[in-house]
Write a protein that binds this ligand. Structure first.
Ligand code: SF4
Length: 125
């Protein structure tokens, strides 16, 4: 089970997208206990809803393929850059608040962007 602050899922496709995280976790369960879980769960505590997803080998395989393709694109340096930070006002949230490469000025891409926005003033909360 993973706890989510998210409100209701919009549809089944969104549940499947989020479930990739749980399928990745299920690999650890399999290694530790010798078998995959029967079901995966999200507990959306804000709406007090438990989303139960029946474990599916096909979905696990799809998730692993998704992970493989992302790793491959990173290794081939097909990053998702240039990121369009201007898409939404909070589009740089991860860089600004969560990613230590962004916070510590290591990422050139974000450094250039943040210089455009008068340095890192926005992070000094
Ligand atoms: S700061 Fe750089 S490395 Fe970190 S999330 Fe943003 S673009 Fe990626």
């Amino acid at each position: 089970m993973d706890w989510k602050s998210k409100s209701a899922f919009a549809n089944k496709n969104e549940v499947e997208e989020y479930a990739k995280q749980l399928y990745i976790y299920s690999l650890h369960i399999q290694r530790k206990y010798g078998k995959f879980p029967v079901e995966l769960q999200f507990y959306q505590f804000r709406i007090r809803h438990k989303e139960i997803i029946k474990f599916s080998k096909k979905s696990l395989d799809n998730t692993l393929e998704w992970v493989y393709n992302i790793v491959k694109s990173i290794e081939e340096e097909q990053f998702y850059l240039p990121m369009d930070f201007d898409v939404g006002k909070d589009a740089d949230f991860f860089c600004r608040c969560l990613c230590e490469y962004g916070q510590n000025g290591i990422c050139d891409y974000y450094k250039n962007y943040s210089q455009k926005l008068e340095g890192m003033k926005r992070c000094l909360i």
